[in-house]
Design a protein around this ligand. Structure first.
Ligand code: MG
Length: 293
């Protein structure tokens, strides 16, 4: 009897799914918001680049932080009346937050705050930062005290960013580039312990080869901490589609849809082919995988 009941439930369930797809998978209306880094978009001027993006339905623009204070008017004017808004600002500061040398630390504090202020003026979601790249020496040692120092420093920086209407965004990298911070959940835990709404984190599908699960990484951060996402092809950090079957983002996208991630997935990648041809294909691939996720 038990086995008969099992068969009956199983066949009933598959019948329901086949005649009514929504019954097998809950509908999810989380939109896919795509963003391009300025330097990778075809076009001789910012206006031409924005035209290219609008034609593809790409609604986020990411720019570098260096010299941003001098570009506030240019960027605000360029975005007027457009269906494109600022996503993140990518680094651009001098020094680094975990520097042992007070002058190097001071250079970080000064230039980072200038960029954060400008980021607020152009409505950016936040300024991306890495606590220390492997090559940045001398660096504070990887100890409990250093983590406490980092959280305290980030608290102050986060409160400043919040007062400017933006955030600072911690980016975990892979161990080849930055041993200190490598996983999204670790970055999220630092956000929690920094205890400021102005401190957020992100995931970069390229660096996330460090993760055992893209899905778990994004779920661990959740919308409370996850502020931005970078994407590249997964074999050689080129444009999605250029590494064939390796370019599968469905597992991570499933998490982003489930948490209702409101931010951008922003292209940070090289390109082997003609960007004007490859970028539309990449957008098409990501839309198809988002649908599938
Ligand atoms: Mg990145």
């Amino acid at each position: 009897m038990a086995s008969l009941a099992t068969v009956s439930v199983a066949s009933g369930s598959s019948l329901l799914t086949s005649c009514c797809p929504a019954a097998g998978k809950q509908a999810n209306n989380t939109p896919l918001n795509l963003s391009f880094q300025e330097g990778m978009v075809p076009g001789d001027s910012l206006q031409e680049k924005l035209d290219f993006m609008e034609n593809l339905g790409v609604t986020g623009l990411e720019v570098g932080g260096r010299g941003l204070a001098g570009r506030v008017d240019e960027i605000n004017n360029a975005l007027k009346g457009r269906n494109v808004r600022m996503s993140a600002i990518c680094a651009g500061f001098d020094g680094f937050i975990l520097a042992e040398d007070p002058e190097v630390k001071n250079a970080f504090d000064t230039t980072m705050r200038e960029i954060v202020a400008a980021a607020g003026q152009i409505g950016s979601v936040g300024v991306i930062m890495v606590p220390a790249f492997n090559g940045q020496q001398p660096c504070k040692p990887h100890t409990r005290e250093t983590r406490e120092f980092l959280c305290a420093q980030l608290h102050d920086l986060g409160e400043y960013a919040k007062s400017c209407g933006t955030t600072v965004i911690l980016e975990p990298l892979n161990r080849n580039e930055a041993h200190y911070l490598r996983q999204v959940a670790d970055a999220a835990a630092i956000c929690r312990d920094a205890d400021s709404e102005g401190v957020k984190c992100m995931g970069d599908f390229w660096h996330m080869q460090e993760e055992t699960s893209d899905y778990a990484a994004f779920i661990a951060a959740g919308t409370k901490y996850l502020q931005h996402v970078h994407i590249a092809s997964r074999g050689r950090r080129l444009t999605p589609t250029e590494d064939g079957e390796k370019d599968n983002y469905v597992d991570g996208m499933r998490a982003l849809k489930e948490i209702g991630y409101p931010g951008f997935i922003s292209f940070e990648c090289g390109c082997e082919g003609d960007r004007a041809v490859v970028l539309p294909k990449a957008v098409e691939l990501l839309r198809a995988q988002w649908e599938q996720a």
